[in-house]
Design a protein around this ligand. Sequence first.
Ligand SMILES: Nc1ncnc2c1ncn2[C@@H]1O[C@H](COP(=O)(O)OP(=O)(O)OP(=O)(O)O)[C@@H](O)[C@H]1O
Length: 308
Amino acid sequence: MSERAIDVRGLNKSFGDRHVVRDVAIAVETGRITGFLGPNGSGKTTTLRLLCGLLTPDSGEGEVLGMDFRARGDAIKRRTGYMTQKFSLYEDMTLEENLAFVARIHGLDQRRERVDATLHRLGLFDRRRQLAGALSGGWKQRLALAAATLHEPRLLLLDEPTAGVDPRARREFWDEIHALAAGGLTVLVSTHYMDEAERCHDIGYILYGRLIARGTADAVIRDSGLVTFLGEGPGIDRAAHVLAQVDGVLSASAFGAAVHVSGTEREALERALAPWRREPFRWNEVPPSLEDVFIQLMGRERDERYAS
Ligand SMILES: Nc1ncnc2c1ncn2[C@@H]1O[C@H](COP(=O)(O)OP(=O)(O)OP(=O)(O)O)[C@@H](O)[C@H]1O
């Protein structure tokens, strides 16, 4: 069964004369984790806030959690958990006190049981009497997730959830998010990190307020039509800035001692690489990475804007 948690069309929002979200149409299936990527200020956070009733749109229609998203914004907001990038709990209160406080704000019943169950679920029970301010980054983030999910929301918004968190804590955090999604929670993640994007079921790329790519990471890569070559050999990484200027090359970047060179037209790309196809360099075609694709999307949209 794949019921839709979100099915919204014609979403628009301006702040003064800044048109920040432009005609966004988006459908998200229940229990999916969708990552929203795009440059700073492209409208990711605003789009997510509009969808869960935290902001009022200028226009748009559709349903979120089976409710008319404009008429029932308050009800949708109550069923949403929101974890902001900035730690927003009380550092001078214990974990248990923080969660008890959040439970009261939500007007929950059986507060003690819910707080204990959440502490157990996230492996925080043994630390329940520690001050939140004494926790390391990874544990703080886990506490923030506990607070955002205490009221058992059906929609969860995560804003760059693992920025500044070490790899092990990142992995554990994402395992928890996947477990929540498997239980039917729909998760929307705003991120700049490719590894977070790759952990999502689906991604959406937002640029200048428009949703310009949508689907699984594989589908977004396939639809890009991008061709990528990996160059290796002594000093090839230093060729990146030269190759980036050649016709037919959309992007060329060093990855360690290798270089990734991408373009959408195979022949033009081959011509650009021809002078470098010699000993001691080796070239192999590789699947484009999400990052290669996003760099291309950014350039394509910019060209279209300048052309119009
Ligand atoms: N409440 C507001 N009032 C006025 N302008 C706003 C408001 N919220 C956001 N903006 C502006 O809208 C634009 C989009 O912001 P938004 O936070 O949605 O972008 P973003 O893609 O999430 O960016 P980032 O990656 O930097 O978090 C920005 O130019 C921002 O300054």
